[in-house]
Structures are given as C-alpha cells and as structure tokens.
Design a protein around this ligand. Structure first.
Ligand code: FES
Ligand SMILES: [Fe+2]
Length: 375
C-alpha cells in the first residue's frame, strides 16, 4: 500500500475516537487520491448496501433503467412477478453492454450478436447457437445482485455478503417515522455527474453551515444555517434537523402524523455510504452518489411527493435545480482547491453545523481505517 493511502487510513482511524471539537478536516488526498478511490470501490461500494434510487421508479412489469456503480454496468428491471431485480448489464457472450437508457420492454437484445435476455436475466434466444456443443443456454443468465427495499429506496449489494440493511438502520427510524417516507410517490429521477469527489457532495448535503453563504436567496430564507440541529449518529447514518425560518410560510400538505415541530423542519439524513436525502413535510429529495473518478461523482437524484398530492410541481423542481447549481459551482471549485499542494486542512465550525461530516469520517474509518484488515 502506498504512503498516501496509508496516511489517509491512519488519519481516519485517529478521527474515530476523538471528540468532535478535536477533529480537523481530512487531508486533501482523502478527496483526490486515485489509489484511495480503488479501496473505496473494492471495500465500500462493492461490499456495502448502495442505494440506486426509489423502488417505485419502476411501476409496471417491464419497466427498466440502466445505470453504473463503480464501473459495473447495471440493468434494473421489474419482472412479470413484480419483483425488482438488479442485473449485470454485461452480455454473457463476449461482454457487450446489453441495454441502455430506460423504458418498458419484455426482452433485451444485445446489439452485437443478438443474444436476447428476459426481465429476469434469463437467456431466451441466441442465433445460430443450437448446434454448438459447448453451449448451455440455461447457464448463460445475467448475474443478479442482492437487493433490499428500505422505506421505498432500492439498495443493491454487489458482493452479496452484506447483512440485512433494515435492522442496521433501526435507530434512524424514530426520526423518520412520521414523514411516511415509504409512501412517497416517485416524481422524477435524473442521472448526471459533477466534477467533485463523491464524499464532498455527500458532506455538502449533510452540513448546514454553507446554507447562508452558498444559497443566499434560495435556502437561506427557508432554512438558515443558524437553525440547524445536529442529530447524534450510531455509526450507520448521519442526520440533522434543518428548521424553517419562523417567517417562512407552511409547507403543507402534511403527512397525517407529523408533529408541530416536524411541520417546521426538514429531516436531513444520510445512509452510509451513498444516500443523502431530505425528508420535508411535503416532498422527499434524494441523491444517490457513486464515484465516477477520484475527482468526479455520478449522481442519480430525484424528488418524490406525498401520495395524495398532485406530484412534484415545476416550481419545486426548478427550485431544486437552482439549489443544486449553487452547490455544484462551489464543489467544483473546491475540487480544484483540494488538488493544490498547499492546502492545509482547517478546523470545523460546530457540531450542529458540521457534525454529520465527522460521523461520515467515522463510518469510513470503520471500513477503511488503518486498524481494519483489508485482506
Ligand atoms: S456480445 Fe452480446 S451477443 Fe455477442
Ligand atoms: Fe447546498
């Protein structure tokens, strides 16, 4: 293991046990190193539960979309049995990519030699192969990965060895219960990429310190930095309450059990490693992140509405596009800054504003710290 990676791993381990006040921002290499990204891909993204989006993006049998996770092309389908499957989108003949885009289909034909698969990944046709002795059609199925749906979010586990997700997130549940996240209805999803490290975007979504300066006319009048309240983590998630300015109008309609307090805040939560989300009274916003390169992140993001409402409005979508654009400018500039040889990591502000970042450090330390045997 090279020196840079060893240093990052030692830095993570140090931060595991220090109180928040003593923790400094991680060295720049944590956000820029290509070698460290390799470890993240192999020991975090291939081993842990990774969120792809909302399960109800695929409504009917035959609905599908394609995406990518740490270089793995994925084909996500809803089968005739109503099950959602995450399949390897790599042809069992010679490795071409089978499907692209999204839509509704009962079969997927690889456009190289026309091998054809059904929604379960079963090979159903292979031209001119019937007389080939070595060919066993039934064994040429697209590999299918382990999935779990938690509160309507679709998670995949590439190596198939992760323990069930829901029990791990039990201490997050009381905070989310009244927001009825599982019932929120799909509005839209977009796939895009930003020129920033995936962790920078995860941290940005989960800290309220930047709200005033980065979003002066969008989020500051709604959720000013000064009203953020840190929620302690048990190591599986990070979270904070983003309270609404008392002058801001109500954000109804409300889920039936929402308390008066919950009507006046968004519950911001991250499920490690890659889901960050905002449960607001009337909408759900989520970003599913995965590394594209050390300096770029793939983002599948979207919004869901209350089931009884009219869906995501154009105004709501435009507002989020504006907020995202404001973040993107800052994060892409910061990614340049982090590549400077002269950046010296600074101190954090306070736990209410930046505490969730340190919770994410501790999660990363639990997977990649210098005390962890990576085999
Ligand atoms: S690679 Fe797909 S049919 Fe040949
Ligand atoms: Fe932001």
């Amino acid at each position: 293991m090279n020196k840079v990676v060893t240093n990052i791993r030692e830095n993570l381990t140090t931060r595991k046990s220090l109180p928040f006040e003593k923790v400094k921002v991680m060295p720049a290499s944590y956000y820029t190193s290509d070698d460290f990204l390799q470890l993240e891909s192999d020991h975090v993204f291939r081993r842990d539960w990774v969120c792809l989006g909302r399960a109800d993006e695929l409504k009917q049998a035959g609905d599908f979309y394609t995406t990518e996770l740490v270089g793995e092309p994925l084909l996500v389908t809803r089968g005739k049995d109503d099950q959602i499957r995450v399949l390897s989108n790599v042809c069992r003949h010679r490795g071409n990519i089978v499907a692209s885009g999204h839509g509704n289909r009962s079969r997927f034909t690889c456009n190289y030699h026309a091998w054809t698969y059904d929604l379960d990944g079963e090979l159903v046709a292979a031209p001119l192969m019937s007389k080939v002795k070595a060919f066993d059609q039934s064994s040429c199925k697209l590999p299918s990965f382990k999935t779990e749906i938690w509160l309507g979010f679709l998670f995949v586990n590439l190596d198939g060895n992760a323990d069930p997700l829901a029990p791990r997130l039990s201490s997050l549940m009381p905070y989310l219960e009244n927001y009825d996240v599982a019932d929120r209805a799909h509005g839209f999803t977009e796939q895009t990429s930003w020129e920033t490290n995936w962790k920078c975007l995860a941290e940005n979504f989960m800290e309220g310190y930047h709200l005033d300066a980065t979003h002066p006319t969008t989020l500051n009048p709604l959720t000013p930095s000064g009203l953020c309240e840190y929620v302690p983590s048990d190591g599986q998630f990070n979270a904070y309450y983003s309270y609404y300015d008392p002058n801001y109008p109500e954000r109804g309609p409300f889920p039936p059990n929402l308390t008066e307090k919950e009507k006046r805040c968004s519950f911001m939560f991250g499920v490690f490693p890659n889901l960050v989300a905002a449960a607001a009274p009337n909408i759900l916003i989520y970003l599913c992140l995965s590394p594209k390169t050390n300096n770029a992140v793939n983002v599948r993001w979207g919004m869901s509405s209350l089931p009884q409402s009219e869906g995501i409005t154009k105004d709501q979508r435009d507002f989020m596009n504006l907020v995202n654009a404001e973040d993107k400018v800052k994060l892409e500039a910061m990614q340049k800054g982090l590549q400077s040889h002269y950046f010296v990591p600074g101190p954090f502000s306070n736990e209410h504003l930046e505490g969730p970042i340190v919770d994410m450090y501790r999660y990363m330390a639990s997977r990649l710290g210098s005390d962890i045997d990576l085999g």
